[in-house]
Design a protein. Sequence first.
Length: 428
Amino acid sequence: MNILLTGASGFIGQHLYIRLRQEGHRVVAAIREAEQFKMVFADAETIAVDYSRDHSANAWLPRLSGIDIVINAVGIIQQTAFQRFSDLHQKAPSALFDACELAGVRRVMQISALGAEAGATSQYHQSKFAADQHLAAKALDWAILRPSIVYGPGAKSTGFFRALAALPVTPLVNAGEQLIQPVHIDDLVTAVIVCIEEELAVKAEIDLVGPEPLSFKAYLQCQRQWLGLGDLRPLSIPYRLARPLVKMGGLLKIGPVNSESLDMLIQGNTAPVAPLVEHLGFIPRSVENELKRTPSQVADRWYAGLYFMPGVLRGCIALLWIMTGLCSLLLYPEVKSLDILSQAGIEGVPATLSLYMGGAIDLLLGLAMFSNRWMKPALIGQLLLTVTYTLIISCLLPELWLHPFGPVTKNLPLITATLCLLVIWRKT
């Protein structure tokens, strides 16, 4: 089959892409950054798509030439200034479905989400449901698959939940009694393959869930035991307190967390498994059995333990540069600052300029750490400036290397920490 797969660079999309290729299908990956995708899959056939703007059938029609099946796997869990739920979940897919009808592409599969239904309160579910309804109204051989929380290798939510489980004390909203029914990524992919090859689930909506519900607390307990860390140490947090904390986490981009995802968790995420078994002919795997089948490795434990550290490191480095700038500009007596510069042979106007220009640069580099766009340039600037400061001080005031408070020696761990954050940022 010739398949157009949207969202092929995402977690679900990549797993689908690999399995579909293994099954012998020709897959055209419709993605935003085609060249980056080809760095991973060198022989990939790609089409560049801007889901934030491609909202008309005419934009999609040329991309459907020779296509037999369309699978829409586009999805985001958090909105940004450039990626909105309504654009990616509703407008772009709806335009694609319109184009399928015009082009005569009969078979369309929509990867939606459990909870995408009438009366949904989250924008995430509302946008998914709107696209589902648009597709269901078409005279096409459609299938709408609504997965619960999808776990497995590479899932951002899985990484976040394992990090929560690995904490010395794990915060749980309302004691973590919310019911969820996670589905493994391989079961989701199998469901898609069965629908394609067996020509099942025509004009059907199927909830993709695990074999039985379990509490969020129990799910984290499974993850902690898998990591070899023993029993979970839960700390119950009331919803009214958790919501502002989670909202702050969303603003700081700490994991796949925001106030909407918290509300979705509170509502629960379960459905009967019988329709899945009846339509697709297989029983999904349980979380406990799947974790036992794939024991954790050292890298898993490292990742879980260090998951939150990049955010902590980012905040600490930002604070250091901001405080350094404020001290130079406002807080530390100017006379004492100029006296230090005079010891290095810098006096008069050059000393004043050096003091205030240096302070301003430090402050700007610290503030830039809070912008994802300027994060990398800020880190590079900090590295260059720290190395420059260290070399200048080594030449002009070498005795500071022997100072009991280590004002120069501390530059070495700062350079190392900045390099670590730069590497981590480049890989995420």
